[in-house]
Design a protein around this ligand. Structure first.
Ligand SMILES: Nc1ncnc2c1ncn2[C@@H]1O[C@H](COP(=O)(O)OP(=O)(O)OP(=O)(O)O)[C@@H](O)[C@H]1O
Ligand SMILES: [Mg+2]
Length: 591
């Protein structure tokens, strides 16, 4: 599992760092006013922080040493006010920037969701759900820090360092130069840890995506796990992944844990140097005691911007990697696009397949080969065949879940690839093989068919499919659970029928569930099938062959080709694949 996930962790697009940054900044542009205000606020608060040691110098040189105690009170008030003011500015700016950051990530999440709704099925065939989910949750979240205070903090701290050195030089050149000696050491340390921690965080992220992915799969497959008593196996496998992530994180954290104290250490050495050189200079009276105190105070402040900046760099790297994965989703193109935007009106429902050949990917064998079929309006055709024959695939093409290149499919003589996709799909509905329901109320599940349906319409649909009694006893607000797990198979199927009925499409595809239901439910389902297929063109992909006696024509598909076609009696008389299928099923039921 881990290996395939690693292989899948490839991006479909390549981006340069510059491109990523440019696009990321584009999201901040609409909020430039807020960011400018925040920047100005932060600059002021930085300026205040910067003048504090100068005030300290003045206190010592101008007041303490001169014993001017009245003036001392005055300067203490200024010092206090400056501190409070800078605190308030900090609170306000970080508040408004965090809100703006939140706004941006909410927007990115919205865009990603929209895009995921638009992408075609081939995308989902290739991507593991857990990985997509990790991108739109973990990765988007990772941007918050950068987009809120991160960038502004970085700008401010670069300026802070600039100011700091201007002041230091103006205070005393020799002392400043003695600090600058330490800069190469700091720089080497930072670059080293930068490279190391980039790799460490990347690894952490990858292992986290695996944990998320495994969680997701383990939960959706819980019934299988329980039924096979595979809990221990699954848990062990999960624990391995979880431990990997833990260890990766620890490695990243150790690097962090070493980095900050190391910088502190370097700065302490710097401070000691300043203290000895400065102390000597004070003794020589070449600088004032106040200058030395101010200097020491500045030196301790030096570590803050450096740490903020290196932190920012890390957060920038993490964000770049994250945004790359998010843009990868945003930039994925739906494979299925329309060549034209023809809108269909008054559809009669004539369906025509002509020499359709289709393969899921270029390097695999075709699943459907040179398939031609005409379904006249309002007729019901049944599609039968061995498992893997290509029945569901045929339905997927009709729904334009995938695109095909060879041949054409026409609805009312219009090539479906020329139709406006949304308009086209409004004419067609499928009741899928797995009777998928959303984890929502019965009513909301039905509304997916037609969001405007009134309660009366809903009840009428439920009556027609024979689902009225059980839905009324449970109530329309009954929560069906994930994928409808709180309902029986048969109930799920009937709700799907009602949902399709509410959509009231011209063409209905029914991919019959393979699981068997009891005889009574089977009868109910058969009856509702007849009801929902009425007055429309229908294609029933049938597994229970007894259910298709009433159809107009039966089409037998084998290895992607139509091999037999005719009425039930005709096919039985032929003694071909259909007869074989029927007899096997009949024998199966007999046992
Ligand atoms: N998303 C996919 N990507 C690649 N190959 C696929 C995909 N879906 C189906 N196939 C392949 O296409 C072939 C036909 O599958 P399809 O689902 O159409 O069969 P089916 O006739 O509906 O079978 P069943 O009766 O079991 O539902 C199979 O060999 C299957 O492996
Ligand atoms: Mg199928």
């Amino acid at each position: 599992m881990s290996r395939t996930q690693d292989q899948r962790d490839l991006l479909h697009h390549e981006y340069s760092d510059f491109e990523l940054l440019k696009r990321l900044l584009r999201y901040t542009l609409p909020h430039w006013k807020i960011f400018s205000i925040a920047l100005i606020g932060m600059l002021f608060s930085t300026l205040f922080t910067i003048v504090q040691p100068l005030l300290l110098k003045s206190v010592i040189d101008d007041y303490v040493l001169k014993k001017d105690l009245d003036g001392l009170g005055f300067i203490a008030i200024i010092y206090f006010s400056v501190t409070v003011f800078s605190f308030v500015l900090n609170v306000i700016t970080s508040y408004i920037t965090t809100i703006t950051g939140l706004k941006i990530i909410t927007k990115i999440r919205e865009e990603a969701f929209y895009q995921l709704q638009e992408l075609s099925m081939d995308y989902y065939d290739k991507e593991a759900t857990g990985r997509i989910v990790s991108r739109v949750t973990n990765d988007v979240e990772r941007l918050l820090n950068l987009l809120s205070t991160g960038i502004i903090d970085a700008v401010v701290n670069v300026m802070f360092l600039g100011f700091l050195f201007v002041i230091l030089f103006s205070l005393d050149v020799t002392l400043t130069l003695s600090i600058i000696v330490f800069f190469p050491f700091l720089a080497v340390a930072i670059v080293y840890f930068r490279i190391k921690s980039r790799a460490a965080w990347q690894h952490t992220r990858r292992t986290l995506a695996k944990v998320t992915g495994y969680y997701q799969e383990a939960i959706s497959g819980i019934t299988v796990t329980k039924a096979l008593s595979a809990e221990e196996f699954v848990t062990e496998e999960f624990n391995t992944l979880n431990l990997d992530n833990y260890q990766a994180r620890i490695r990243a954290l150790i690097l962090f844990a070493i980095m900050f104290p190391l910088m502190d250490l370097l700065l302490t050495i710097g401070t000691a140097l300043v203290l000895s050189i400065g102390g000597y200079s004070v003794g020589q009276e070449s600088i004032s005691p106040g200058t030395l105190v101010a200097f020491l105070s500045y030196v301790t402040r030096l570590s803050h911007p450096i740490m903020v900046l290196s932190n920012f760099y890390n957060s920038l790297l993490a964000s770049m990697a994250a945004i790359e994965r998010i843009f990868d989703i945003l930039d994925s193109n739906p494979q299925v696009v329309s060549r034209d935007s023809k809108r269909l009106a008054n559809v009669t429902g004539k369906l025509e397949f002509e020499n359709v050949t289709f393969q899921y990917s270029p390097d695999t064998d075709p699943v459907l080969t040179d398939l031609s079929l005409l379904i006249p309006p309002l007729q019901t055709f049944a599609l039968v065949g061995h498992t893997g024959a290509g029945k569901t695939t045929l339905a997927s093409l009709l729904l334009r879940f995938y695109d095909f290149k060879d041949g054409y499919i026409k609805l009312d003589d219009v090539d479906i690839r020329d139709c406006d996709l949304e308009n086209y799909r409004q004419n067609i509905a499928i009741i899928p093989q797995d009777s998928f329901l959303f984890s929502d109320s019965i009513k909301n599940n039905l509304l997916y068919g037609n969001p405007q349906a009134s309660d009366e319409e809903i009840e009428r649909a439920l009556l027609k499919v024979g689902a009225y009694d059980f839905t009324m006893s449970k109530g329309l607000d009954f929560e069906v659970g994930e994928r409808g797990s709180r309902l029986s198979m048969g109930e799920r199927q009937l709700i799907c029928f009602a949902r399709a009925l509410l959509a009231d499409p011209r063409i209905l595809i029914l991919d019959e569930a393979t699981s068997s239901v009891d005889a009574h439910t089977e009868l109910v389902i058969q009856q509702s099938m007849k009801n929902i297929l009425l007055n429309r063109t229908a294609l029933v992909i049938a597994h229970r062959l007894s259910t298709i006696r009433f159809v107009d024509k039966i089409v037998v598909l084998d290895k992607g080709k139509i091999v037999e076609m005719g009425s039930f009696q005709e096919l039985m008389a032929q003694g071909g694949i259909f007869t074989d299928l029927y007899e096997k099923q009949f024998a199966g039921q007999d046992i």
